[in-house]
Design a protein around this ligand. Structure first.
Ligand code: MRU
Length: 358
């Protein structure tokens, strides 16, 4: 396997009881690691986008629980204190289900621990395991997704789904890395992804690090690019996939899916099984985060919009399942996703059986 420079990027590190997050608000200009010892501050860091991307948010929150247990050491009411910190983490961002998945898993570790010391040990082990599993799963997902791509095609991606958005390697960007290594992809296009510019700042940074040429485009340029016939697949990640295959992802994803279908371009969603919310019947019920108007009205801290203008700033949208050609997970590929084939994927994954090998 090719060694990618970006694959050595780890947005989340836990050392000597401290949590270090690579501050993604400052990239690509500065690579600064912020240090956290308090779970409430971790919740604020998630809300403020120091760390972002669904899997990365979940793993960060898991380590946040470790910090909560450390802080509650020696207190009679340690369980209540840890629970209050978990509520803060839970309230940080609403859409990525990986956050709630990770916190539920950590809650089970805390519940099973007789005292704070045992809780620290159990949660540290579980959070480290979550991080390692995420990276290993992303590599498998990358290979599954790459196998769907006929050689000789360009791909288009949206937002950042790479090492920075996960424990490492990435989901959709992991598929692109694997496909590039296998010589299947001729060109990589990346939407700049307004308003946070995850594409221009983060995806481009990762790909340039890897020596994979990338061309950025304004979202408005996607229609003519897809019409040109150069792009074979649009490949994106997800923050939450409903049980019927509806996909919540970065705002603009739904528009790309419509454009892809209109131009005969295939549409792939790469996400770990933990992103599928089997308790959410369809995309209608997925909570969509609304973010501050200033993110749209200003650029790099300077207001650019006309005084008096307001902004509509949903952070995510929902793509209906019928526009999705394939959902790629670490356990295999589901083509034309629906309630039945996603449930079958889960059953087989739980049983440890291989699913559809792409
Ligand atoms: O607001 P963000 O930057 O957290 O949004 C991230 C995305 O929408 C990603 O596409 C998604 O989390 C998948 S990341 C592997």
């Amino acid at each position: 396997m090719t060694e990618h420079r970006s694959d050595t990027i780890r947005p989340i590190r836990f050392e000597d009881g401290n949590l270090y997050l690579l501050d993604q608000r400052l990239l690509p200009g500065e690579a600064v690691r912020q240090c956290y010892t308090d779970a409430g501050e971790v919740a604020t860091a998630i809300r403020d986008m120091v760390v972002r991307g669904a899997p990365a948010i979940g793993i960060t929150a898991a380590f946040g629980v470790v910090l909560a247990c450390q802080k509650a050491r020696g207190r009679d009411d340690w369980r209540e204190r840890v629970a209050a910190d978990m509520d803060r983490l839970r309230a940080s961002r609403p859409t990525a289900v990986n956050l709630f998945w990770a916190l539920d898993r950590m809650a089970r570790e805390v519940d099973g621990a007789p005292d704070p010391e045992a809780a620290i040990e159990a949660t540290t082990t579980a959070a480290r395991q979550m991080l390692d599993d995420d990276i290993a799963g992303n590599r498998r997902m990358g290979r599954h997704g790459a196998s769907l791509i006929e050689p000789g095609q360009a791909v288009l991606t949206h937002c950042n789904t790479g090492s920075l958005a996960t424990g490492g390697y990435g989901t959709a960007l992991g598929v692109i890395r694997a496909a590039w290594d296998e010589g299947r992809v001729t060109e990589v296009f990346a939407d700049e992804t307004r308003p946070w510019l995850q594409g221009s700042r983060l995806t481009a940074w990762e790909l340039v690090h890897d020596g994979i040429p990338v061309q950025l485009l304004c979202e408005g340029a996607a229609a003519s690019l897809l019409r040109s016939g150069r792009v074979g697949w649009v490949i994106v990640g997800s923050d939450r996939i409903a049980a019927n295959g509806d996909v919540a992802n970065k705002i603009g994803t739904y528009g790309l899916a419509l454009l892809a279908r209109a131009h005969g371009v295939r549409f792939m969603v790469a996400a770990p099984l933990s992103t599928i919310d089997f308790d959410m019947p369809d995309g209608e019920g997925i909570p969509i985060e609304q973010r501050a108007e200033d993110e749209v009205l200003a650029l790099a801290g300077k207001r650019v919009a006309a005084d008096g203008a307001r902004a509509y700033n949903p952070a995510f949208d929902v793509t209906p399942a019928h526009l999705v050609d394939a959902i790629v997970t670490e356990h295999g590929v589901v083509e034309a996703p629906d309630r039945d084939n996603l449930a079958a994927l889960r059953r087989k994954a739980v049983a440890g059986e291989p699913v559809v090998e792409g």
